[in-house]
Design a protein around this ligand. Structure first.
Ligand SMILES: NC(=O)c1ccc[n+]([C@@H]2O[C@H](COP(=O)([O-])OP(=O)(O)OC[C@H]3O[C@@H](n4cnc5c(N)ncnc54)[C@H](OP(=O)(O)O)[C@@H]3O)[C@@H](O)[C@H]2O)c1
Length: 326
């Protein structure tokens, strides 16, 4: 399949490498706002057609578009891809508000021959399934969890120096919840299902988005607390509590070192791929090459639940994005 890309930062280089390693994708088209940036990207990867006009890019003979633009642009670009007859692989967060989610879902229904995937990479890590199975097998003992992902961002230095990086700006839906919290919401919904009640307590920066925050998800079995931040780093593990036994692992975006302690102590970690994007790329390749719409629909259904919770969490705060509807 011919792959086109939007967004020319390091994450796209990593995705192109992982996608091409599957053998199912070849980079064919690069969109950038600037010719020189696209040229630099092509030089770093390999030859491909360059576009600085989005319409021309979407009209080009590509099969799949990988979208790694600023968050608030994802949904509109994914819808444009579907309308142009392409499949779309959209970086997290796939949408930044409930209206975008509804519009993307409607477009997906109108263009059923083309698939939309959210690049929620840790869902495809084998340890995601290990933890999911453990939770399902021990559900009756489950009483709560603490899920962590906080990493000091180099762009926070730029923000403090008076610059306005997208990820610390409300312009395109930045902030800790949208950037890192989404990983924790993904695993919470993926393992425990939809919460009954949610609340988010953000530490709001002067720019208007959250530098860090704590979310609480209430379930019938107890509470799940999410710690997220882009202005500090934590090594606090993620933990799921089953009374006498605790299941622990690394940050929700990494899912390493899965083990239990307490009444039973065992390591449950599966070997992880070298590239953090290899597993998702393999999943997208298989679903697309075999036309597995059910796999795409199942992944989209989880994404829909996740972004419903994301939107409900933000609704408990004063954080507003420029891309929100009036
Ligand atoms: N899955 C992961 O592990 C992972 C890791 C990092 C990032 N991400 C996701 O990837 C996406 C991109 O992240 P990033 O940090 O690369 O974001 P970014 O640097 O703010 O922007 C990404 C790209 O969008 C274009 N862009 C920048 N500002 C723009 C503007 N004002 N209007 C239109 N286009 C603009 C730029 O490409 P051109 O200059 O070429 O147009 C840039 O390379 C985000 O959604 C993020 O959540 C995922």
């Amino acid at each position: 399949m011919k792959l086109g890309i939007i967004g020319t930062n390091w994450i796209t280089v990593q995705f192109v490498q992982a996608a091409e390693a599957t053998g199912a994708f070849t980079l064919a088209a690069v969109y950038s706002r600037r010719q020189e940036t696209a040229q630099h990207f092509v030089d770093e990867t390999h030859d491909a057609a360059i576009y600085t006009d989005l319409e021309a890019f979407f009209a080009s003979p590509i099969d799949v578009v990988y979208i790694a633009s600023p968050n608030g642009l994802h949904a509109g670009q994914a819808i444009a891809a579907l309308k142009a007859g392409k499949h779309a692989i959209v970086e997290k967060p796939m949408v930044t508000d409930a209206h975008q989610l509804a519009a993307l879902e409607a477009a997906q229904a109108n263009y059923p021959d083309h698939m939309v995937f959210e690049a929620a990479r840790q869902v495809y890590d084998p340890n995601f399934a290990v933890i999911k199975d453990y939770v399902a097998a021990h559900r009756s003992a489950l009483i709560g969890a603490t899920l962590t992902y906080a990493k000091y961002s180099s762009r926070y230095d730029a923000y403090l120096a008076g610059k306005d990086p997208n990820i610390f700006s409300p312009r395109f839906g930045g902030g800790a919840l949208m950037d890192l919290g989404v990983y924790s919401v993904y695993v919470a919904v993926g393992w425990f299902g939809m919460p009954q009640h949610v609340v988010y307590l953000p530490d709001v920066l002067k720019s208007g988005v959250d530098g860090s925050g704590v979310a609480s998800l209430t379930y019938d079995f107890g509470n799940v607390t999410l710690l997220m931040g882009k202005n500090y780093t934590t090594q606090a593990p993620s933990e799921i509590y089953f009374g006498k036994t605790t299941l622990a692992f690394g940050p929700t975006g990494v899912l390493d070192n899965v083990h239990t302690f307490g009444e039973t102590a065992q390591s449950l970690s599966q070997p992880q791929a070298k590239s953090p994007m290899a597993d998702e790329a393999a999943f997208f390749a298989k679903a697309l090459t075999t036309g597995d719409r059910q796999a795409a629909a199942t992944a989209f259904a989880l994404a829909k639940q996740v972004h419903t919770v994301m939107s409900d969490l933000r609704a408990t705060t004063d954080i507003r994005f420029n891309t929100d509807p009036e």
